[in-house]
Every structure is written in C-alpha cells, then in structure tokens.
Design a protein around this ligand. Sequence first.
Ligand code: NDP
Length: 309
Amino acid sequence: MILVLKAGREPVADWLAAFAAKMPELEVRIWPDVGDRAEVDVLFTTRIAEGEVARFPNLRFVTLIAAGADRLLADPGIPASLPIVRSVNPQRATTMAAWVLYHVIRHHRDFAAHEADQADGRWQLREYLPPGRVRIGVMGLGDLGGAVARALVGLGYGVAGWSRRPRNIAGVEGFAGPRRFARFLARSDILVAILPFTPDTDGLLDARALAALPRGAYVINSGRGELIVEQDLLTAIGSGHLSGAALDVFRVEPLPADHAFWAHPKITMTPHNSCMASAWHSVDVVIENIRRLEAGQPLAATIDRAAGY
Ligand code: NDP
C-alpha cells in the first residue's frame, strides 16, 4: 500500500511522523517524487490540479487533507467509481466550533463596541439578552455543523439546525429540506452557514433568503463562499435588514484587494482558516480506510457523489 502526500504549505514532516507512528508498514511517497504512478493505491492530498488524480491509474481512494470535496468533484478527469474520502477528524470540528462560538459571542455580547469603548476611555454598560433568547440557526448538521450546534447548546443558546435529511441532535430543533427553509430562517437571529458547496447550495443565501431572516439578524459563514450572493449580503447589511456578518470563506480566494468586504465596518473576516486539520488526527481516517480495504470492508466517510458532498 503506497500513499502519496501532496506537499503544499502543510508541514509534511508532521504528516509523515503521524503515519510512521500509526502505520509504520505504510510506504509513503511525497509529491512530486511519486515514482511509478501505477504503484500508488491511495492519494492523501490538499488541493490538487485538475487532471492530476486521473494520472494515477490504480487508486483505491483519495482523501482530501483539508478542503471540501467541491473542487475535486469539479474535476472531469476523476473516474466516477473512485471513492473520495472526507478528512473527518475531531480537531477539525472543535476548532471550527471555537471559531463560530467566538463570532456568536462577539456579536451577542457586543464585544466590538466594548473594544471601541475601551479605546475611547469610556465605561459603558451594554445590555444583552440571556443566551436562551438568542435564536441561532445552523445550516448543515454534519461533522462540523453538528459539533457547532452541540457547542452552542452547551452555552444555553436557542439552537435550530437545517439539513437535507432530518437529523436528531439533543437540544437542537431540527429542520430539513427546502420546504422547511423559510421557517428555519425566520427564527434565526444568528445564522451560521456550514454547508458544502453543491449545485443545491450555490447562491442559497440570496436576497430572498436573507430577507426571510428576522430584522437585525447576523450572518456567519464558514462553509463555502459560494453559499452567499455577496452583493445581496452587502445590500441587506446596507439597508439595515442585517446587522452584519462574519466570514471565513469567499467566492474568490484570496479576496480581491478591491472587494467591498475589506473595509466594511459591519463585516468581520478571516482568511479561510476557521478550522485546523492536525496531522496527528487527520491520518486516522486514511489508516482506518486502508485497514478496511485490506479486510474487504466498505470504506468509511466517503463522499456521496450524487449528492455532491
Ligand atoms: P458533512 O458532509 O459532514 O455535512 C454537511 C451537512 O450539510 C449535512 O448536514 C448535510 O445534510 C447538509 N447539507 C448538504 N447539502 C444540503 C442541502 N442542499 N440542504 C440542506 N442541507 C444540506 O460536511 P462537514 O460538516 O464536514 O463540512 C461542511 C462544509 O464545511 C464542507 O463541505 C466544506 O465546504 C466546509 N469546510 C470549511 C472549512 C473552513 O476552513 N472554512 C474547513 C472544512 C470544511 P445531511 O445531514 O442531510 O446530509
């Protein structure tokens, strides 16, 4: 079993150390020194150039180290039968939950105003609602959205979730499917989007959806930039219908220097780093799937090609 790591900006030595510790018998080659491509069974990679995967004729599966599957699925050269394994790991979910919690709390407790008060030397009490009266809607209840919803429940917020199929998470009011979308939006004072980018989610948060949110709602997006129609978001904030947004992902990344988001006083941004995939945890899904292959069992955490995520 040979695995090729595609070295991007990632600390490759950490990945190698994790594989060596957890599956020493694995032969790991590092891109671009992959030798005979026909010998490679598994590809463990960050974003990879279009057409590149197809040049490995005997792959058993591909695992993306960090990115969502959307870019890989867009590659027409990838055989439909090639399993794509999602990079699920607990640290990814906890760091994502921390990023979302930070923005929820920052907004709910008006910490930006407190920072401005301090800068002005002003002692200013600012009232805030008890968490149970703040209604948060989490779009996407998968590995990441599920962890976020549970963390918000733990802080006492009023949490609802929206997914394609019904999901049952303790303390979370569940909404599923397009027919329940407007109802879900209408009860979301803070909307958290952690959906994958698929044909169904492309531009989902457009003027109509944003208008369905309660007046003064706040939008947080750490799923994919394509979920939001950016001009519609700007318009909704400009009109006062929305109070602002916290964004980690954008349609074009890096965000172009002249983009209106940069200087917007009601938009807070991070450069697509809301969650972190540690090498130690990320190799587990690869190792588990190699063991499954060897045991003739079905692979775990694979992408549903038809659903697009
Ligand atoms: P999962 O596949 O585990 O979960 C996806 C969730 O989205 C599921 O609950 C799914 O519903 C729901 N969903 C998908 N399509 C629809 C739809 N059309 N309508 C309603 N719900 C839908 O993914 P993860 O939680 O692991 O990751 C989610 C996304 O986060 C990734 O696809 C990626 O784009 C993004 N991401 C962002 C990162 C960042 O750094 N900002 C890092 C990593 C990922 P159901 O439960 O019914 O399947």
